[in-house]
Write a new protein. Structure first.
Length: 281
């Protein structure tokens, strides 16, 4: 899911965000007043049609990120609010990673806007600062038209009617049954180069992290890239074996060592319960 021209430290930081939270611009946002840092949340009413999902506004998960025996920094996954994107109520999802160790400094911030009804990505923004590498990009995604546009004028077609980006993919995984032995294949990444994505549900396992002891379902994501989701990376993601499907632990093997995430704090969200809530397709 990352450009091949990135440096090795940049690939590690960007891939870290994808794995930590996925299967992973300087202009004003359309539909948001220029210069407004906190858009007014969209009200949810009885007429709002929303897919039934285990997350909602206010949910915030905080992680300790470790690189081998060293603590690299902290990570966070959050559902900020519900905002309008071209007239569609959408979850504003955020994931960030901050830290540094042994010359590796990472300050990454990714934002995604996920349609509350169709669970398709409508906007994706990356603000990445990794060692000497910086990138600020924004993508507008048009599911109904089967296309996407980048703020630099580039664009392309999507392979699925409900495309996903790096962040929204992680939330979509939480809506799946995740029964050990199941294998899922998807062509839903909004850029064709990231497809197909494979998800293997490996086993159930009890695990202890700073936030507590949890019964989990272990999932292995495999993406057609050379990053941490590749088959050789043997990434494993541990989701709570309950209705919440919280990501409590992650591990992967890199050429530079072992990377792990450990859940430290849970702030519960408010999943939408509207009169027209429907199961996700």
């Amino acid at each position: 899911m990352r450009d091949a021209a990135e440096t090795a430290p940049a690939r590690m930081g960007a891939a870290t965000l994808c794995v930590v939270f996925s299967l992973l611009t300087v202009c004003a946002l359309p539909g948001v007043v220029s210069g407004q840092s906190n858009p007014i949340p969209t009200p949810v009413t009885a007429t709002t049609v929303a897919a039934l999902v285990p997350f909602g506004p206010g949910e915030r998960l905080t992680y300790k990120v470790k690189w081998g025996i060293f603590t690299l920094g902290t990570g966070q996954l959050s559902v900020e609010s519900i905002e309008q994107v071209r007239g569609r109520p959408s979850y504003h999802l955020n994931m960030k990673l901050d830290g540094g160790k042994l010359g590796l400094t990472v300050h990454d911030n990714h934002d995604s806007w996920l349609d509350v009804e169709t669970l398709s990505s409508r906007r994706f923004r990356q603000d990445i600062h990794e060692v000497n590498y910086k990138r600020l990009r924004q993508y507008e995604i048009y599911p109904e038209e089967g296309r996407w546009e980048q703020d630099n004028g580039e664009g392309g077609e999507t392979m699925d009617v409900a495309p996903l980006d790096d962040v929204s993919f992680m939330y979509f995984v939480r809506t799946l049954p995740l029964i050990p032995g199941d294998v899922y294949f998807y062509d839903r990444y909004f850029k064709e180069s990231g497809n197909p994505t494979e998800l293997r549900v490996l086993r159930r396992e009890t695990i202890e992290v700073p936030a507590g002891t949890f019964e989990t379902v272990v999932v292995q994501p495999i993406i057609q890239t050379s990053g941490m989701f590749s088959d050789g990376g043997e990434a494993e993601m541990y989701f709570t074996d309950d209705d919440r499907r919280l990501l409590v632990y992650m591990k992967t093997n890199l050429s530079i060592g072992n990377l792990t995430l450990h859940l430290e704090k849970i702030e519960e969200g408010r999943p939408l319960r509207t009169a027209q809530a429907v199961p996700p397709s």
